[in-house]
Design a protein. Structure first.
Length: 478
């Protein structure tokens, strides 16, 4: 076995041994370690992109862009760590006259949960894998990380792990801050380890729920942050279809087929007004899109089978369908609103790949009720005209109720790594709708609050002390 890969018990034990030192490390030191990993990955860009291309069928342009995103988010979280606001320090001074009775001195902040297990994703071999957003946000919180490598890119995972381990060591991080395990059973064994404190996952609903069950049934249950899938509904109003149908068709086809449809934000569900030429234009454009290789046979086989099941639903008809049933070419199905609503749970199942289901409606006022019945989604998009915005309040509210991000006249496949990004949503899009897995707020998943009451200064963590050696924001109530 490659010496960068650990046995699960050994990896979690090492992470547990490093947990206190990493959580108590000065924020400047932690930030420098994240930046060191970013610089090390950049230095090996050519090798990493070549490895990723050989294992994933993704092109060099896409992979270079994704690696840039990965190093950027490492540096962005380093800035977040240095600022220290994520610790949410609150200090209440002693107050004998407090209205509910004498108030003791209370000092509260958020500290690291402890060792984190990250299940790497297959469709983003850099940004959601070994050095991806789950890993970097856990590190930023002060948690050691064990990554369960994705089987779709093992060589890339091992090389990335080697680079991380060397960079972390040179930055002075304690041994055990990062570990790598391989194989399904190794991931399960790590998840069951009593020293593990939290797990994060991006992948299929079936796999995620199986792991979530294990996390919940442990003698000491732990949080399981799973991103499980989404069809990302898009609603087009009659006014928008009439005003710019050609542009909407082009945008939809581009978003649906981007990366062979292998994005968790692919818009697999499209509501359009009946009788509009928009669907005809989508069909024309989609037929011009050639099939593209998928990440691997486990993805392409599931795509073909999932598309077949959806096509066999009552009231559903194919609009674009390849002659070769085993082809991974784009597909488009059509149904009406009544047929869709009659079996909404099955009709709204994610089919990971370039498949779209068009749902035609007669009256816009019928949409909010159907949207409200959708399973939870990562995103929901609304294409309308500015002059009708006031009439779309109920529909917008229904879309927001069922998703984590609502878009206006844009497409969901771009997920910006920023401070206000929300990449999460109601179940089954995620197992924890209050959190995000992308953006700086992702750090919140790996923290827990602790209050200290009436402790002397030397026993307080640095962020809670009066001299505030880490120079973090403190909210003080006299």
């Amino acid at each position: 076995m490659n010496n960068v890969v650990s046995e699960p018990d050994r990896a979690v034990a090492a992470a547990a041994a490093a947990a206190r030192a990493w959580a108590e490390s000065a924020l400047t030191d932690r930030a420098r370690a994240l930046e060191a990993v970013a610089e090390a990955l950049e230095a090996e860009r050519a090798e990493l992109v070549a490895l990723a291309g050989a294992e994933t069928n993704l092109g060099a342009a896409r992979l270079n862009s994704e690696l840039t995103r990965t190093t950027f988010q490492l540096r962005l979280f380093a800035e977040e760590v240095r600022a220290g606001a994520f610790l949410d320090v609150r200090i209440d001074r002693l107050d004998p006259e407090w209205p509910t009775g004498p108030r003791p001195e209370l000092r509260r902040y958020r500290t690291a949960l402890g060792p984190v297990l990250v299940f790497a994703a297959g469709n983003f071999p850099f940004a959601l894998s070994v050095a991806g957003s789950d890993t970097v946000s856990a590190w930023a919180a002060g948690c050691p990380v064990i990554v369960k490598a994705h089987p779709g890119h093992p060589g890339l995972s091992r090389r990335t792990a080697e680079i991380i381990q060397q960079a972390m060591a040179e930055a002075g991080a304690p041994d055990g801050v990062f570990g790598l395990v391989e194989g399904q059973q190794a991931g399960i064994d790590a998840l069951r380890h009593p020293a593990l404190r939290v797990a994060a996952f991006t992948g299929s609903e079936r796999g995620g729920l199986a792991l979530a069950r294990i996390a919940a049934e442990r003698p000491e249950p732990i949080p399981f942050y799973g991103e499980l899938g989404s069809v990302n509904p898009v609603v087009v109003t009659p006014a928008a279809a009439d005003a710019r149908g050609a542009d909407i068709a082009q945008g939809y086809v581009g978003s649906l087929t981007l990366g062979a449809g292998q994005f968790c934000t692919t818009p697999g569900l499209l509501f359009v007004p009946a009788g509009n030429g928009l669907v005809d234009e989508i069909v024309r454009l989609l037929r011009e899109v050639p099939s593209a290789p998928m990440l691997g046979s486990w993805i392409s086989d599931a795509y073909v089978e999932g598309a077949r099941r959806l096509a066999e639903r009552p009231g559903t008809s194919p609009l674009v369908w390849p002659e070769d049933g085993a082809s991974v070419a784009p597909r488009l199905l059509s149904t009406d609103l009544a047929s869709f609503a009659a079996d909404i749970e099955a009709a709204a199942q994610e089919c990971f790949g370039p498949l779209g289901l068009v749902v035609t409606y007669e009256r816009p006022e019928d949409l909010p009720g159907t949207v409200a019945a959708l399973p939870g989604q990562l995103t929901a998009s609304l294409h309308g005209e500015p002059e009708e915005a006031a009439e779309l309040a109920d529909l917008t509210a229904a879309l927001a109720e069922r998703s984590g991000r609502v878009l206006w006249n844009e497409w969901p496949t771009g997920v910006s790594v920023t401070h206000a990004m929300q990449h999460g949503g109601p179940f089954p899009a995620t197992t924890a709708p209050a959190i995000t897995s992308i953006g700086t707020a992702a750090i919140e998943r790996f923290l827990r609050p602790v209050s200290y009451q009436s402790l002397p200064q030397p026993l307080l963590p640095p962020p809670l002390r009066d001299d505030n050696p880490w120079r973090v924001p403190q909210r003080i109530r006299p």
